[in-house]
Design a protein around this ligand. Structure first.
Ligand code: GLN
Length: 181
C-alpha cells in the first residue's frame, strides 16, 4: 500500500514511520507534483491546523486534495488533520462557526480546538480503539469532538466523548496513534 503523507507542517515524520511500521510504502506530499503518484491512502498528520490550512492554499494543494477526498480517497487524519476535515469547528472559547474557509469541511463532526485547556493541554491515557482495550492514547493540545453525525462510527472515547471516528472514506483521531509505534 502506498501512503501519501501530507508534509507541509507538523508531525509528518512520525506519521510516515507509523505507516511504514505497518508495512506500507510512504512518500511525502509537499507540492502539486506529488499528487501525480498513486496514492492508496492519504495521511494528514498532527501539527497546527491554521498553518497547515494556509500552506495548503499557498502551495496549490488545497483544491486537488479536497476533490480527491470528496471522490473517496481513503484518509487517515490525526488531531490537526481532523480539524482540517471537520465540517464545524469551535474555537477554544466555545464560539461556534469559526471554521476558516481554508479548511476542507467534509467530515460531519463538530470539533472544539484545544479543548483540554492550557493546563491539561497534553496528557496520556489508555482506552479502547477499534474494540481493542488498553491502547495508549496521547493527546497533544487536542481538539474534542462535540457532535458526530449518526452516520459516523465512533472508534474510541475519553470521558464519554468520541475521540476517533470513521465516516465513509475517512478515519480521524483527536489523539496520536502514530506515537504508539
Ligand atoms: N491544537 C492544534 C490545532 O488546533 C492541534 C494539535 C495537534 O495536532 N496535536 O491545530
Amino acid at each position: 500500500m502506498k501512503v501519501g503523507v501530507l508534509a507541509v507542517q507538523g508531525a509528518f515524520a512520525e506519521m510516515a514511520a507509523y505507516w511504514r511500521a505497518q508495512g506500507a510504502e510512504t512518500f511525502e506530499i509537499r507540492q502539486l507534483a506529488d499528487l501525480e503518484r498513486d496514492i492508496d491512502q492519504l495521511a494528514l498528520p498532527g501539527g497546527e491546523s491554521t498553518v497547515q490550512g494556509k500552506l495548503l492554499h499557498d502551495l496549490g494543494l488545497f483544491e486537488p486534495l479536497k476533490e480527491r477526498i470528496q471522490r473517496g480517497m481513503p484518509v487517515f487524519a490525526v488531531c490537526a488533520g481532523l480539524i482540517l476535515l471537520a465540517e464545524k469547528v469551535e474555537d477554544d472559547g466555545g464560539r461556534t462557526g469559526v471554521r476558516p474557509s481554508q479548511w476542507f469541511g467534509v467530515l460531519p463532526v463538530t470539533v472544539r480546538r484545544n479543548a483540554y485547556g492550557r493546563q491539561l493541554g497534553s496528557f496520556r491515557t489508555v482506552g479502547t480503539f477499534y474494540g481493542k482495550p488498553d491502547v495508549p492514547m496521547t493527546f497533544i493540545r487536542a481538539p474534542s469532538i462535540t457532535t458526530v453525525s449518526p452516520e459516523a462510527e465512533v472508534l474510541s472515547t475519553f470521558n464519554g466523548e468520541p475521540t476517533a471516528v470513521r465516516w465513509r472514506n475517512i478515519t480521524a483521531c483527536t489523539w496520536h496513534p502514530e506515537l504508539n509505534t
